[in-house]
Design a protein around this ligand. Structure first.
Ligand code: PHE
Length: 455
């Protein structure tokens, strides 16, 4: 039997976990979610969600992986037998779906890194992105063919991912994160530093931090905070279970979870500052309110940012390169973690080598990703993304927590396990969060979603 792979160092594991958590969501999702849901006041539900769901579930998933030493399905199988295995496959299935379009977005970011050098998008960045590049029509498939120039970056993304996965856990994933994460931090800090020194930056920051306390009474704001924490920390996707299954037998799980959670939030906060400073600049330049330019996702990164770069005082190409490079680096380290869930799952389930699992799993994902790289592919991408975010995350999280805490009743066992290796004792808050708070909030979230979608 192949010896189980293991991280080389504790820092290597933390870098990899942080690499998974810090992704596109931190840069293009968090700032807008916070802004939309109470601005400065959002930090209250956000911190609450981090401390009652994010970190407690991270501790739980790290414990599951480290204790049962398997991919997500195998870990659940070892925990509670056949009837629990599908919990792992569910997470893997969702991860697989995400990986097919996450790769395409990284490819666009690569393309835009190159565009930044000669500012190829002109002044109508909205039209450039949606008209020329993505060619969105009301219905998909009206204009056939690939988005111009995205095929080569997409192939490059997959070549990098394949290379890293082939090289293994320690020499591939750990090494890549040890290089990419510090580089990302430096590059992104430069972006933020430049952004906050732009004229108008303060206007943007004021809009971002201005607390709207009345929002705290609004249920959707709390749901948004929990939803974001799940996505941002990559929990309930089988990822953190897989990564922690490569931890040595003695590892300070609780401490690692706190570090991962706070590092991710720190990065997110930084992104909020950088993005809104830049949006403030743009609003002031064009004499409009920040609310007119604030947005998230594809529009923010590929239409609004090019606009900001166009209007930038001096060295604008450089700012563009650094911004899009940040997206590429943050995205790649997350993509690798998503792919690793099914590489580990497939190889253990079917007893095939790691390399074969990479070829089958990531091979299939890369073929599916071609669909999203076509003109109009954004239409499919949006649809898949919507369903995953709406139903995948909350549903898996809810079922996973209820299964482990209430049905299998494993929390005391896990607490003893984690406490035996950490200076931080898991207090009553940990069990209380997992047994009561998280199920209640996620249950409400599911209920709310169903009501919205059915009603
Ligand atoms: N956590 C990553 C982010 O914030 C995204 C991600 C979600 C990565 C799900 C893997 C799985 O962007």
């Amino acid at each position: 039997m192949e010896q189980r792979s293991q991280w080389g160092t504790r820092a290597g594991f933390i870098m990899a976990a942080v690499g998974s958590a810090v992704g596109l969501g931190n840069i293009w999702r968090f700032p807008y979610v916070a802004y939309e849901n109470g601005g400065g006041a959002f930090f209250i539900p956000y911190l609450f969600a981090l401390l009652t769901a994010g970190i407690p579930i991270l501790v739980m998933e790290f414990t599951i992986g480290q204790k049962y030493r398997g991919s997500a399905p195998l870990s659940f199988f070892r925990m509670e037998g056949k009837k629990a295995e599908w919990l792992g496959w569910w997470g893997i299935f969702v991860s697989f779906a995400i990986s097919t379009y996450y790769a395409v977005i990284i490819a666009w970011a690569m393309k835009y890194t190159i565009y930044s050098f000669d500012l190829k998008w002109g002044s109508d960045t909205e039209g450039f992105l949606f008209g020329t590049v993505l060619n969105l029509a009301d219905t998909p498939g009206q204009t056939a063919g690939f988005v111009p120039g995205v095929l080569i970056p997409l192939i490059l993304v997959w070549v990098i991912v394949f290379g890293i996965l082939f090289a293994g856990v320690k020499k591939g994933i750990e090494m890549a994160n040890r290089i990419f994460i510090p580089t990302l931090v430096v590059v992104f800090l430069l972006v933020v530093l430049r952004a906050v020194t732009l004229p108008g930056a303060l206007t943007g920051l004021e809009a971002f931090f201005k607390p709207d306390l009345s929002q705290l009474a609004n249920g959707t704001v709390w749901v948004a905070a929990y939803g974001h924490i799940f996505f941002s920390l990559s929990i309930a996707f089988a990822i953190m279970i897989t990564y922690s299954s490569y931890l040595p037998r003695k590892s300070d799980i609780t401490n690692n979870a706190f570090i991962t959670g706070f590092a991710n939030s720190g990065f997110e906060l930084l992104a909020g500052i950088g993005i809104f400073a830049a949006l403030g600049f743009m609003a002031v330049q064009n004499d409009v309110a920040v609310s007119e330019v604030a947005t998230a996702g594809v529009g923010l990164a590929f239409a609004v940012f090019p606009q900001i770069i166009n209007e930038f005082p001096g060295l604008n190409g450089l700012f563009g390169v650094l911004f899009f490079l940040s997206l590429v680096l943050a995205g790649l380290t997350s993509l690798i973690s998503i792919c690793e869930t099914y590489v580990a799952g497939l190889s253990e389930k079917f007893g095939i080598s790691r390399n074969k699992a990479v070829i089958f799993g990531a091979g299939l994902a890369s073929i599916v990703s071609l669909l999203f790289a076509t003109r109009g592919g954004l239409y499919f991408l949006d649809t898949v993304d919507y369903f995953i975010n709406q139903f995948g995350v909350a549903a898996i999280g809810l079922v996973e927590v209820i299964a482990v805490a209430w049905v299998f009743r494993k929390l005391d066992l896990f607490k003893t396990h984690a406490d035996s290796m950490s200076d931080i004792r898991l207090g009553w808050w940990w069990k209380f969060s997992l047994m009561i708070i998280t199920p209640l909030v996620l249950g409400y979230m599911m209920f709310d979603l169903l009501r919205q979608n059915l009603g």
